[in-house]
Design a protein. Structure first.
Length: 511
């Protein structure tokens, strides 16, 4: 009661000064004028009633003002002058017009409700967990378990620099074991980290189980829609279609040699620029999520500068490679998607050489240590499988290659590509996509020691079955005619050309 009375008196004090300012008198302390200036108004009485005046006895309604401090008191004292005697609350309330009283009551209820809502919002905000950048990080990955078996031909010498499990005496092997951390940690910064847990540092290395960085980059965007971005770190280079298409989404077992030779392991250290309108970025993502085997979001236009020596290999000539790519995914009125584009790269590559026996004489091929011309241009086109699809790439260029006399390495021409047909269908057993892929290549195997010439003719027929979204099984037959670039054969004064038939299977699980 005392606390409530104190609050009421503070309000009366405020009313006292409000009414005092409304008077025209200039005197502030004259006793004879105080009573006349502070006669209670109807509003004052009504506010007293609404703020608890009903609980104050009638005899407590005598007010006194201190002439020095201008404070209001309910009892007489030194320097206190009696203001007036107020009517009893019940009588005062009765004199307030009902409409005015109702309006005042409504306003007070609304004010109280707003204060309660504000208090509830403040409490909710204080209890809510604070936003942390680490909460925006996503974890996912996939694993590929392969089985490869030569079934005819020269099974003792068949080999591929793109898959170390293509050889004799192989059975099961983990081709890829990837865990991916990624996320839009701020409005303008996206991070992507992908280690490989079953890698070998070089082609032909049969020791698996090595951890190696495959991707470690950040996308820095310059606008709210993230249409313009710089990618800094270890990432794929903007060239072609299959190079950029994830092995998690690719239909055939391996990338075509003719394209993959441009950048073995598809990645390098550098800076890339990508641009695409926001709705086209969404389209690139949808082509992957819908199971149509898209390449992913690498922009309509991409431009990159990078070391050029390959993934996780040190730069040795202080020469920067440059790559550019222009592509566009069209959508026709019937819903069919079609993508076409052009790519190019240029730089100087420093090959690796070692001694080989040429005519009984040990020779180490020589080359310009500053690097050799490495350039190419390529075209790609994809009719996405809805349900029938076609995919193809072809490129031409020059790259370091072992000379015919085996004594030097110099830049020589190359050309090659592939064509793939596929059909997408679904039934009660899941999703199916049979395919056939034909490839050919004539040119340098620049990432292999001594950069030998590679001659490839290969046809692969297979089917992918996806019983559930998390699991895929691919079974394929391949007829291979390819150069074994891993071993120089003195008796042949070159590298062995091998023909063989392979049966291959791969189980992939996504998480």
């Amino acid at each position: 009661m005392l606390a409530r009375l104190k609050n009421d008196l503070e309000l009366v004090k405020f009313l006292f000064f409000l009414e005092k300012r409304m008077q025209a008198s200039k005197s502030h302390v004259a006793k004879t004028n105080l009573g006349s200036r502070l006669r209670p108004t109807t509003l004052s009485v009504a506010l007293l009633a609404l703020l608890g005046g009903a609980a104050i006895p009638a005899q407590a309604a005598q007010l006194y003002v201190d002439t020095q401090t201008q404070q209001v008191f309910t009892s007489p004292g030194i320097n206190r002058v009696k203001l007036s005697e107020f009517e009893e609350v019940n009588e005062a309330v009765g004199k307030v017009p009902p409409e005015e009283l109702k309006t005042l009551e409504t306003r007070l209820r609304q004010k109280k409700k707003k204060e309660e809502l504000k208090a509830a919002e403040e409490l909710t905000a204080s209890l809510a967990p604070k936003d942390n950048w680490s909460d925006r990080i996503n974890l996912r990955g996939y694993t590929q378990l392969r089985y490869s078996q030569p079934i005819s031909g020269d099974r003792a010498h068949i080999a591929s620099s793109g898959d170390r499990f293509i050889s004799d005496n192989q059975s099961f092997g983990v081709r890829r074991a990837r865990v991916i951390l990624s996320g839009q940690v701020t409005d303008h910064l996206y991070v992507y980290i992908q280690p490989e847990f079953n890698s070998g540092p070089d082609a032909g290395d049969l020791q698996g189980g090595k951890v190696q960085i495959r991707d470690f980059y950040s996308d820095i965007s310059f606008d709210d829609k993230r249409e313009y971005r710089i990618r800094a770190g270890v990432s794929k280079i903007p060239y072609g279609f299959e190079i950029l298409q994830s092995s998690q989404n690719r239909l055939a077992m391996d990338r075509a040699d003719a394209v993959n030779i441009a950048s073995r392991d598809e990645r390098d250290m550098g800076l890339m620029f990508y641009w695409a309108p926001a709705h086209i970025r969404d389209r690139f993502r949808d082509l992957v999520r819908s199971g149509l085997k898209g390449s992913g979001d690498y922009g309509v236009f991409g431009l990159g500068v990078y070391n050029g020596q390959g993934l996780n290999r040190v730069e040795v000539n202080d020469n920067i490679h440059t790559a550019a790519r222009l592509t566009y995914p069209f959508k026709f009125d019937n819903g069919q998607f079609f993508e076409a584009g052009i790519s190019a790269l240029s730089g100087k590559y420093v090959p690796r050489s070692s001694a080989i026996s040429v005519g009984g004489v040990s020779v180490t091929p020589k080359f310009d240590s500053r690097g050799l011309r490495d350039e190419r241009v390529g075209l790609h086109a994809v009719l996405y499988p809805q349900p029938f699809g076609l995919q193809g790439e072809w490129n031409w260029g020059n790259s370091p290659q072992l000379s015919a006399d085996r004594k030097e390495i110099k830049s020589a021409s190359l050309n090659g590509g592939y064509v793939q047909a596929m059909y997408k269908l679904n039934n009660t057993l899941g999703g199916w996509m049979p395919y056939i892929k034909w490839q050919r290549y004539d040119g340098s195997e620049k990432f292999s020691t001594n950069t030998p010439n590679s001659h490839v003719r290969e046809t692969e027929i297979g089917v992918e079955w996806q019983p559930v979204p998390e699991v895929e099984l691919v079974v394929a037959y391949a007829n291979m005619d390819r150069t074994n670039v891993g071993t120089f054969v003195p008796a042949l004064n070159g590298y062995r050309q091998v023909k063989a038939d392979m049966l291959r299977a791969m189980l992939q699980w996504n998480f």
